[in-house]
Design a binder for this molecule. Structure first.
Ligand SMILES: Nc1nc(=O)c2c([nH]1)NC[C@@H]1CN(c3ccc(C(=O)N[C@@H](CCC(=O)O)C(=O)O)cc3)CN21
Ligand SMILES: CC(C)C(=O)C(=O)O
Ligand SMILES: [Mg+2]
Length: 287
């Protein structure tokens, strides 16, 4: 991809039946690799609280955390559309504060769009952000920022009433000007019905095959982390956690048994031919 995706382009992808591939990212190297891999959209998710910062939930994640990680992701993926989650309690209560917080994610963080968890009750907030020129993505179904209220991570839309409310909320988000809606942990028929009823794309996570796009948490997708539990909706495409554990463990043994470093890793008084000149580069290590 040469230029970041735009909201109109996302909508035309839906119209053409071309699935949108989204993944989270939280730092420079992961963003860079995802851009090289051709993802359409990167989400700086507040799931960084769980997978990067080690919190139990996304509730402790701050606006400063989101700005900091967004900046790193933007540096790693300058040609990819970057969406940043507005974290817990930063988009309710005061309109002024909601706009200021979203603006900081865009101006200081460099995000191209923001994502908010919630339904029809957010109509005014979304309309305000849209009027300021901010692309807004909604998030329905399981909304992890309310986990302490909900009492767990549960599949949504199982009964008729829940499915109807999901559809009404999705329509309200579209009406308010949202450019896409994430559907999390929603039963497949309900997510498919919402996807058919909207002209803006739905991006599913644990929402089955009927959505217009998919999103997964980076660390789940590559099994990066200790004790990453394979959830039903995740397909792990690599086992990076095991790769890292094994590499670091080999390093530790080689240091302890004296096999590392070797002569080839050492510098002598006279420069040797294989030594590389030192380079000063911005934007990460030389490749
Ligand atoms: N690593 C990670 N991946 C995520 O997808 C994710 C996060 N963290 N943190 C924020 C939210 C929380 N999410 C979660 C957390 C747990 C389940 C879970 O336990 N799912 C069960 C199904 C539950 C049920 O049957 O009702 C599963 O086995 O998939 C799902 C989504 C999604 N998000
Ligand atoms: C799971 C996705 C949709 C998300 O909101 C996050 O990563 O925080
Ligand atoms: Mg999130």
């Amino acid at each position: 991809m040469s230029q970041p995706l735009t909201p109109p382009k996302m909508k035309s992808m839906k119209a053409q039946g071309s699935p949108i591939a989204m993944v989270t990212a939280y730092d420079y190297p992961s963003a860079r690799l995802a851009e090289e891999a051709g993802v359409d959209v990167l989400l700086v998710g507040d799931s960084l609280g769980n997978v990067v910062l080690g919190y139990e939930t996304t509730v402790p994640v701050t606006l400063e955390d989101m700005i900091y990680h967004t900046r790193a992701v933007v540096r790693g993926a300058p040609r990819t559309m970057i969406v940043t989650d507005m974290p817990f309690a930063t988009y309710r209560g005061s309109k002024e504060q909601t706009l200021r917080n979203a603006a900081r994610l865009m101006q200081e963080g460099g995000a191209h769009a923001v994502k908010l968890e919630g339904g029809a009750e957010l109509g005014d907030e979304i309309a305000l952000l849209v009027s300021a020129g901010i692309p807004v993505i909604g998030h329905l179904g399981l909304t992890p920022q309310s986990v302490l209220q909900i009492g767990g991570y549960k599949v949504q839309g199982r009964d008729e009433a829940e499915a109807a409310r999901l559809l009404a909320d999705a329509k309200a988000l579209e009406q308010a000007g949202a450019v896409a809606v994430v559907l999390e942990l929603v039963v497949e028929p309900a997510a498919a019905a919402v996807s058919r009823a909207l002209s803006i794309p739905t991006i599913g996570i644990g929402a089955g095959r009927g959505c217009d796009g998919q999103v997964l948490v980076y660390h789940d997708l590559i099994r990066y982390g200790s004790g990453i539990r394979d959830k039903r909706f995740v397909k792990p495409y690599a086992d990076v956690g095991e790769t890292i554990r094994s590499a670091v463990s080999q390093y530790v043994s080689e240091v302890k048994n004296g096999r590392f470093p070797e002569e080839s890793h050492a510098f002598q008084t006279q420069a040797q031919p294989q030594e590389k000149p030192t380079t000063k580069l911005y934007g990460g290590d030389p490749k």
